[in-house]
Design a protein around this ligand. Sequence first.
Ligand code: PLP
Length: 430
Amino acid sequence: MTTEELLKWDRTHLWHPYTSTVHPQQTYPVASAKGCVITLEDGRELIDGMSSWWCAIHGYSHPTLTRAIKDQTEQLAHIMFGGFTHRPAVELGQLLVDQILPEGIDRLFYSDSGSVSVEVALKMAIQYQLARGRAGHTHFATISRGYHGDTWHAMSVCDPITSMHSLFYGTLPVQYFAPQPACAFGDEWDPEDLRPMQELVERHQDHLAGIIVEPIVQGAGGMYFYHPKYLEGLRALCDEYDLLLIFDEIATGFGRTGELLATYFTSIKPDILTIGKAMTGGYMTLACTATTQEIADTICSGEAGCFMHGPTFMANPMACAVSKASIELLLSQDWRGKVSNIENQLQEGLSPLQELSDVREVRCLGAIGVVEMREPVDMEQLIPRFLEEGIWVRPFGRLVYLEPQFMAITDEQLDSLIGGLSRVLRACYR
Ligand SMILES: *Cc1c(COP(=O)(O)O)cnc(C)c1O
C-alpha cells in the first residue's frame, strides 16, 4: 500500500478525534517515533511539542519502557481481575500509594481510560452518599471551562458552553457550574473568588454528592492556571456541607506542573483522585481512581454491598508493568529540575509574543506553555506551517500551546519548538 493509498483508506473509513467525515482534516502518516522526534512516512522529522496529549513523558520508544512491556507480554499479557490478582497490579499500586498519592488516599480502582476513571469517581461519590442514607445527593458542582472526558457523566461536568451540553440537552445529567476562578496562579488571593461557588453549594446542597475539578490546571477546557487557595476553599466547603471533593489529576499527574500532583500545590487533600494520561509514560491506556479506606468501606457497607463497576481490561498486566517502569524511571531522575528548566525556557521564549496585538496572554506553568490568542486560530492554516518548521504543534480554539516531553526534550529541541512556533505566529498574526 502506498502512502497515498493509506491516506485515502483512512479518509474513507476511519474517524479521527472530533472530526467530520464530510470535511475531513488533513492527517499525517507517522512511520515511527523515538525520543522527541516523530518521523513521517515521507521521511520528514518533527520535534514533538504535544506529548501525544499529556501522556508521553520519557520520549517515544524508551528502551526501559519497551523492555518492561515486552517482558510482561511474555509472562502474562492479560488476565481477568475478577478473582485473580497479579504482581504488576500490586507493585504498581504500592508505588502509587507510597510515592505518588497523598497519604491516606490508598484504596485504588484501576480502569482503562481517563474518562472511565472519572465515571468511577462520580459513581463512588453517589454510592457513598447513598450508603449514608443521603439518597437525593446525586449531582455535582464544578467550575466552568473544565474538561473531564467524553463519556456520559464525565461530559456532564465539562464546560457547559464549549462542550457538548447543548447537543445532548435533555439527556445529560444536569450539573451545577460556578464561574472559572478569577484569581490566576501566582496572583494575589482574593477570598471573594470563592463566593459564587459558596452560593451555588448552599443553594443546591440537598442534591449534591460532591465537587469535581481539575486542580490548578484546567487542561482541554482552556489551559488556565488558577490559585491553590481556591482549592483549599473547596475543601472547607465540602467539609461544611458533607460533600466529597474530587480532584481530576489525569492531565496534571506525574510531574507535568512541577509537582508530582497538582494537589501538592495546596495544603489539603481531596477525597477521591483520578490519574491517567502520563501514568504509563504514553505506552498504553491506563487510569486509576483512588480514595480513602473509609469512603471505600462506607460504599461497600451500603445496600449494594460492593462498588458497582468492573471493566473487562481492569488492571491489564502490560499496562501496569509499563506504568511501574515509567514511574520508577521518573522518580529515579531529577524530574523537578527538568520541569523547572523547561518552565524558565518557555517563559523566556514565549513571553515576547505578548507584543502581538492578536495575542491575549502568554502563560507558563511547569512544562506547559500557552499562547492564548484573542480569536480562534485556523488550525488548517497553522499546522502545515508548523510542519515546515519541523515541529508538531496542534492548537485548539484560541490556544496555541507547547507541552513537551519533559523528561526527554533537550534545550536545543525546546529552542526549535519555541522558535518555530514564534516565527509562525509572527508571520500569521499582528
Ligand atoms: C484527558 C482527560 C480526561 C479523559 O481521559 P481519556 O483517557 O481521554 O478518557 C479526563 N480528565 C482530564 C483532566 C483530562 O485531561
